[in-house]
Design a protein around this ligand. Structure first.
Ligand code: NAP
Length: 254
C-alpha cells in the first residue's frame, strides 16, 4: 500500500535522495524546505525521471512553530495521516557563513543559536506538530544526526545541536513505542553532492575526510537514503531508539 512520506530538507542533498527512494515505491512523497524554487524543481525532476509517485512541495521554515503548525494543517487536510517522517532539514550554520560581527561571545551566540534552530528546532517542531497524524501502528520517524555528534565540529555548536537530537529520539521512541511507531537516528559521515558545505570544502579537507574512512570513498546521498528506507520499512518494526552511523568507518579515524 502506498504510504505518505514527509521529508524535511527534501529539495537537496540527502533529503532529495530520500524523496527519490520513496518515490520509487509509488509512495506519496512531500518535500519541505524554505526555497520554493528549489523544492518545485526537485519535485518536478523526480516525477519527470519516471518515479511512479507524484512528489508534492510544501514551503516552510521549520524552525518557526507557526510554520510547523501550518504544515500540519496542510498535511492533515490533504492526507489525514503521516506514515513516514524523515528529518533531513539542517546544516552547519558556521560553514560558508560571512564573518560574524561583534565580540567572541556575540559571535558564539549567533552560531550556537542558529545551529540549534536549524537542526534541533526544525526536527522537534515538525515532529510535535505532526504528532496526532502518525500512523499507529506502523509509523516511522527518522532523524538526521552527524558523525560530528561523536567527534566534534570545530566550534562545537553544530555537533552539540546534532547530539541534542539523540536524547530527543530516545524519549520519543519510548513515548511512541507502545503505539507501534518507531523512532531512529541516522548519523552520516562526510556525504558528497549536497549543499552542506556551501562551497567551503577545500580539496585538501575533502581528501582528509575520505582518508579517515575505511572504505576509501566519500559517502553519497543514496548511502543514507537506503539506510533511512530500511529503517522505515515494515520489517524494521523492532528497531527503535537506535543511532545508525553511515560513515565508511570514519568515526574510528585512521
Ligand atoms: N553532507 C554531509 O556531509 C552531512 C554529514 C552529516 C550530517 N548531515 C546532515 O544531513 C542533513 C541533510 O544535509 P545535506 O547534506 O543534504 O545538506 P543540504 O543539501 O544543505 O540539505 C539541507 C536541507 O535542509 C533544508 N533546510 C535547512 N534549514 C531549514 C529550515 N529552517 N526549514 C526547512 N528546511 C530547511 C534546506 O533547504 P532550504 O535552504 O531551502 O530551506 C536543504 O534542502 C542535515 O541535517 C545535515 O546536517 C550532512
Amino acid at each position: 500500500m502506498s504510504r505518505v512520506v514527509v521529508v524535511s530538507g527534501g529539495g537537496t542533498g540527502i533529503g532529495r535522495a530520500v524523496a527519490e527512494r520513496f518515490a520509487q515505491d509509488a509512495d506519496e512523497v512531500v518535500v519541505i524546505g524554505r526555497r520554493a524554487d528549489v523544492l518545485d524543481r526537485a519535485a518536478a525532476e523526480i516525477t519527470d525521471a519516471g518515479a511512479p509517485a507524484k512528489v508534492v512541495a510544501v514551503t516552510a521554515d521549520l524552525s518557526d512553530p507557526a510554520e510547523a503548525d501550518r504544515v500540519r494543517t496542510v498535511l492533515g487536510e490533504r492526507y489525514g495521516r503521516v506514515d513516514v517522517l524523515v528529518h533531513s532539514a539542517g546544516g552547519n550554520a558556521a560553514l560558508g557563513a560571512p564573518a560574524s560581527q561583534g565580540s567572541p561571545a556575540a559571535q558564539a551566540a549567533a552560531h550556537w543559536t542558529e545551529n540549534f534552530r536549524s537542526n534541533v528546532l526544525t526536527t522537534v517542531l515538525l515532529t510535535e506538530a505532526l504528532r496526532d497524524l502518525f500512523t499507529a501502528p506502523g509509523g516511522r520517524i527518522v532523524l538526521l544526526s552527524s558523525i560530528a555528534a561523536y567527534r566534534g565540529s570545530g566550534s562545537g555548536s553544530y555537533a552539540g545541536a546534532k547530539a541534542a537530537l539523540h536524547p530527543y529520539a530516545y524519549d520519543l521512541a519510548a513515548a511512541l513505542g507502545g503505539q507501534g511507531v518507531t523512532v531512529n537516528v541516522v548519523a552520516p559521515g562526510y556525504i558528497a553532492d549536497t549543499e552542506f558545505f556551501r562551497g567551503a570544502l577545500s580539496a585538501e579537507r575533502e581528501q582528509l575526510l575520505i582518508a579517515q574512512t575505511s572504505t576509501g570513498r566519500a559517502g553519497i546521498p543514496q548511502d543514507v537514503a537506503e539506510t533511512v528506507h530500511w529503517l522505515a520499512s515494515p520489517s524494521a518494526g523492532q528497531i527503535t531508539g537506535q543511532i545508525i552511523q553511515v560513515n565508511g568507518g570514519a568515526e574510528r579515524g585512521r
